[in-house]
Design a protein around this ligand. Structure first.
Ligand code: NAP
Length: 453
């Protein structure tokens, strides 16, 4: 069943539909966009040049094409798609229709009357249009969703509505916030390529609800899950067992439910190593300079120590955290040559001089993080052989990576790590080895459009 959003222009069909599709791991179709792409003209231009009747013909063709697609997706319709009874019949046969009921006053406040939307040149037009269209939306819809409390609230309500009809089974990624996750797209693409008929969705689980969530998991509500911020550490004591490396680095990103027992794993650290190896690199014999001492850094440091790095320098803005991580690594790998210190431009530059691999395991430079590196002069200190690896993948090229590229250094962003940790998690979920080299391009294609430039 498709999920079809109907409602006035400006009611949030495109923005909510796109984000809901991402979280559900479903393809997204915006019918107005499709019409514009096919015509090479904006909707407004089609109206002006050929008239409304011509546009409605194009719209009917777009409805026929989208509703007959055998692959379920989220469809955002144009505001007037409900004008033709035939459109409504096709959409209702193919999907679950949700009327996004956004008050006219909200639309009027947020939508620019810049001439891009036909039929509406001001708030008064919008009032009249809303009065004419409301009965059509109400008659067509299977459910109405009031969109008057903000984007996040409307998104949560839309997902809850969809899940009430189709409760999640199979697998999920859990975290809070979770709206930006790429995991459903990745895992669904992999399951699709393997012919595995399993669902994979995103579930928002607030901090206080983790114990309830794991009880449900143990009771068989899901077969397994991936775990992201802020639960990677907190989920450990709620599990029945955890593999050694997950215990040592104190973080779990994958849980498999086996016969009522919950088993935890960490595929992040192996994911990064696989990504490095795919680029012809690794930790063996390398001098590793690690920025940050959080969950991801813990996995990198531990793996680098166990893989035989010739030196590991951990620098963090709270040096005591770097020291604590170094002590944990020494406990797990007593021979590991680990040093720790404060993260300052001077300490990074000093350690950079001999580094073969620099890993940024802080959120500095991430699109949703407020902060970025103040000073990137340490990049100039790196030797020409060094690889600069940023665990951040959105944006795909952080300032750090751009500076390294400008110096002619090899770079890698966090997308490959994300893809490989997902493929490794799928091996655990499905209980068999996967051809990761063959699945990598499929997974990469699935998320290619979702990163901001
Ligand atoms: P975390 O546990 O919160 O650790 C973050 C680390 O960065 C901590 O050492 C923290 O220091 C430090 N930090 C935060 N803000 C900073 C700032 N403004 N200046 C200097 N240091 C700062 O997070 P995490 O789970 O390790 O994630 C770290 C990064 O890796 C994130 O960007 C995350 O998205 C990325 N990641 C990517 C993947 C992937 O698959 N590509 C997987 C996991 C993580 P304090 O302890 O002082 O706060």
């Amino acid at each position: 069943m498709h999920i079809v959003l109907i409602g006035l222009s400006g009611s949030g069909k495109s923005s909510l539909g796109r984000r809901a599709a991402q979280m559900l791991g479903l393809p997204f179709a915006d019918l107005d966009e499709r019409i514009e792409q096919e015509a090479g003209l904006r909707v407004r231009e089609i109206f002006d040049r050929y008239g409304e009747a011509d546009f409605r013909e194009r719209e009917a063709r777009a409805v026929r094409a989208a509703s007959s697609s055998p692959i379920s997706g989220v469809i955002a319709t144009g505001g007037g798609a409900v004008l033709r009874p035939e459109n409504v019949r096709l959409l209702r046969e193919a999907g679950f229709l949700v009327f996004l009921d956004r008050p006219v006053a909200h639309i009027a406040r947020h939508v620019a009357y810049d001439g891009s939307r036909p039929l509406v040149s001001g708030a008064r037009d919008l009032e009249a249009l809303a009065a004419r269209r409301r009965p059509l939306y109400e008659a067509a819809a299977h459910a109405t969703l009031r969109n008057d409390a903000g984007f996040d609230e409307a998104l949560a309500a839309l997902l809850a509505l969809v899940r009430t009809r189709n409760p999640p089974g199979g697998y999920a990624v859990v975290g809070d916030p979770i709206a930006h996750t790429l995991s459903p797209l990745l895992h669904r693409a992999v399951f699709g390529a393997l012919g595995v008929a399993e669902d994979y969705t995103a579930l928002q689980v607030p901090r206080g609800a983790l114990a309830d969530f794991t009880s449900g998991l143990r009771a068989g509500k899901l077969k397994g899950c991936n775990v992201t911020i802020p639960h990677k550490r907190d989920i450990l004591p709620l599990l029945d067992e955890a593999e050694e490396e997950a215990r040592l680095c104190g973080a779990v990103n994958t849980v498999v439910a086996r016969g009522g027992r919950l088993c935890g794993y960490n595929t992040d650290m192996e994911g990064l190593l696989t990504a490095l190896r795919a680029a012809g690199r690794g930790y063996r014999g390398a001098a590793v300079l690690l920025l940050g001492a959080g969950g991801a850094a813990g996995g990198v440091a531990l793996k680098a120590a166990r893989e035989g790095a010739r030196g590991i320098v951990i620098l963090a803005r709270r040096p005591q955290r770097a020291e604590a991580l170094a002590a944990a690594v020494r406990a797990a790998a007593p021979a590991a040559p680990v040093r720790a210190g404060a993260l300052t431009p001077e300490t990074v530059a000093a350690a950079a001089r001999t580094a073969d691999l620099l890993v940024n395991a802080t959120p500095l430079g991430m699109c949703s993080a407020a902060a970025d590196f103040d000073d990137l002069s340490f990049v100039d200190a790196l030797p020409p052989r060094a690889l600069v690896c940023d665990l951040v993948y959105n944006p795909p090229r952080t300032r750090l990576l751009r500076a390294a590229e400008a110096r002619g250094l090899a770079v890698q962003n966090g997308l490959d790590m994300l893809i490989y940790q997902a493929l490794l998690a799928d091996e655990l979920f499905l209980g068999r080895a996967l051809d990761k080299a063959a699945l990598y391009p499929i997974a990469r294609r699935a998320v290619a459009d979702m990163q901001s430039p």
